[in-house]
Write a protein that binds this ligand. Structure first.
Ligand code: DQA
Length: 137
């Protein structure tokens, strides 16, 4: 099975960005361990700080891959366009967040992804991604 993890804006700074909230591991380090752990799936990773690039990538894989694990980061709360892309493609999308967005500011309670996602996993740190991967296995 082909699974793509997509990370949105500022998640390239994982490890040094607000470690109290997001942890001190870089995503690359985490991704390496996850790839070794879940050898039964073909995992790939894409990160962009640009809304349109995230949408282009979803279109690119969204009719052939078996699953997308999407952390759209702040775009989750603002992007009708990424929400529409989730609906437009055939590949099921699991929405993930590192932090529990519902225990944070009010503006993080809104998601344009959730209504069209297969499911949502949030608040478990980087483990949220692992749980999402497992949902596709
Ligand atoms: C986040 C939560 C978002 O509200 C925030 O803008 C992020 C990261 C998370 O993984 O906890 O950038 O998606």
């Amino acid at each position: 099975k082909k699974i793509l993890i997509i990370n949105g804006p500022n998640l390239n700074l994982l490890g040094k960005r607000e470690p109290a909230i997001y942890g001190s591991l870089t995503f690359t380090e985490f991704f390496e361990t996850v790839k070794e752990k879940y050898t039964e799936v073909e995992l790939s990773y894409f990160q962009s700080n640009v809304e349109g690039e995230i949408i282009d990538k979803m279109h690119e894989v969204g009719f052939s891959f078996d699953g997308i694990v999407l952390n759209a980061a702040a775009y989750t709360h603002t992007s009708v366009a990424i929400g529409d892309a989730v609906k437009a493609i055939e590949t099921p999308v699991v929405e993930v967040h590192i932090s529990n967005t519902f225990s944070r500011e009010e503006f993080r309670h809104q998601s344009y992804i959730s209504p069209n996602a297969k499911g949502v996993i949030l608040g478990f740190g980087l483990q949220s991604y692992e749980l999402a991967i497992k949902s596709f296995i």
